[in-house]
Design a protein around this ligand. Structure first.
Ligand SMILES: [Zn+2]
Length: 327
C-alpha cells in the first residue's frame, strides 16, 4: 500500500515523465533527455518497490526538503558524491545571495521614521521574512513586515521569498491593510504545503506617526512610548492555516522618539545555558531602560543583551529584529 507521500511523488514523477517523453521528440540532444527519462523510470520503479526516498548508500530517508526540490535525488546529504556536494554548496550559496538581495536596503530613507534591522539565518538561508516597502500609491507611508515561516532551511526560505513577492505586489495595489493580509493568507494557503504556515506582522506607517498594524499569530511587537510600553496582540491566524481568515488591525499614534520593535522567536525563544528563554518580558525591560538616540542604537543594545543572555549556548533558530523610531 503506497503512502500519501509516495502517491504525491508518483504523480509528480509521472507528470515529469510525460513532459520528458514529449521533449525527446523536440530536443536537439535527445540522449540527455532520454537519460533523465531513465532516472524518472528508476524513481517510479522504486515507488513500486517501496524504496523511494531512501538513500542508496545508507538506506536512511533522504531529507524531504531535498526531495521536494528534486524528486530524483538518490543519496542523503551525508552520502553525496564530491561533485554533487560541490553542486549543492554552489546552489545553497546562490540561494543565500538571492535571499540577501530580497532584504530592504539598510540605508533606506523613510518618511518621518528611522529604521534599523538585524537579519541572521541559523544556517545559510532563513525562513524569516523582513521587509520595508515604500509605497507608490501612498507616497507618505511605508509598509513594514516581519514574518516567520515554520521550519528552517531551504524549504522555509523558498516560502519566505514567496511572501516577499506577495506583499511587494499587494502593497502597490492601494487596498486596505486588512485586505492585504486576507489576500496574502489566501495566496499562501493555496500555494504552500499543508505542513507549512507563517506568522507575520504587517504595519503601515505614515510620516505623521499614524500606524496601522496587524498581527497574524506572531510574537507580539513592542511599542515603546515615553510614558508606556505596550504590545500588539495577535488578531488573526497565522498565514496558510485556513484560506478564509479575516484580519483586524490596531491603530497607533506615535510621536517623536516613540519606537516599535518587531522580532521573530529567534529572539524571544533564544535559550541560555540552563534552557531558560529570553522572553518578551526581558525585551520589554531592556527597552524600558534603554535611552537611545537612534534606531540603530536600540538595535545594537538588544543584540548585546541577547548575546549576554545566551552566553555560550548555541542559537537554534533564525533571528530577525526590526526597530522603527519616529523622528
Ligand atoms: Zn545516506
Amino acid at each position: 500500500m503506497a503512502t500519501q507521500i509516495e502517491v504525491m511523488f508518483a504523480e509528480r514523477l509521472s507528470d515529469r515523465k510525460r513532459r520528458l517523453e514529449e521533449a525527446v521528440y523536440r530536443s536537439n540532444s535527445p540522449e540527455d533527455v532520454r537519460q533523465l527519462l531513465q532516472e524518472v523510470d528508476r524513481a517510479l520503479d522504486k515507488i513500486g518497490k517501496g524504496t523511494y526516498g531512501l538513500c542508496e548508500t545508507c538506506k536512511e530517508p533522504i531529507e524531504t526538503d531535498r526531495l521536494n526540490m528534486d524528486p530524483l535525488v538518490r543519496y542523503c546529504i551525508d552520502h553525496l558524491s564530491s561533485s554533487e556536494q560541490r553542486a549543492l554548496e554552489h546552489d545553497i550559496s546562490t540561494a543565500r545571495d538571492i535571499q540577501v538581495g530580497l532584504l530592504p536596503r539598510k540605508s533606506i530613507t523613510l518618511p518621518g521614521w528611522q529604521s534599523a534591522y538585524h537579519y541572521e539565518p541559523l544556517g545559510p538561508v532563513s525562513g524569516d521574512y523582513c521587509d520595508i516597502i515604500l509605497n507608490e500609491t501612498r507616497p507618505n507611508s511605508f509598509f513594514f513586515i516581519v514574518g516567520d515561516v515554520t521550519g528552517k532551511g531551504i524549504a522555509a526560505s523558498i516560502l519566505m521569498s514567496q511572501l516577499h513577492a506577495t506583499f511587494r505586489t499587494l502593497a502597490q495595489t492601494g487596498i486596505p491593510l486588512g485586505e492585504i493580509m486576507q489576500r496574502a493568507n489566501r495566496i499562501f494557503c493555496e500555494a504552500s504545503l499543508v505542513t507549512h504556515f507563517a506568522t507575520l506582522v504587517c504595519g503601515l506607517a505614515d510620516k505623521n506617526g499614524n500606524v496601522e498594524i496587524s498581527n497574524a499569530g506572531h510574537c507580539l511587537p513592542v511599542v515603546v512610548k515615553s510614558d508606556a510600553i505596550d504590545t500588539i496582540p495577535s488578531s488573526g491566524l497565522p498565514l496558510g492555516i485556513s484560506c478564509d481568515v479575516k484580519y483586524k488591525s490596531s491603530m497607533l499614534e506615535l510621536v517623536h522618539g516613540d519606537r516599535i520593535v518587531v522580532y521573530t522567536d529567534g529572539l524571544s525563544e533564544a535559550a541560555d545555558e540552563s534552557g531558560e528563554l529570553y522572553s518578551e518580558e526581558r525585551l520589554k525591560s531592556l527597552l524600558k531602560t534603554t535611552e537611545s538616540s537612534a534606531a540603530s542604537d536600540l538595535l545594537a543594545a538588544s543584540l548585546k543583551d541577547l548575546g549576554r543572555f545566551i552566553g555560550n549556548s548555541k542559537r537554534s533558530d533564525d533571528l530577525t529584529i526590526l526597530v522603527l523610531q519616529k523622528v
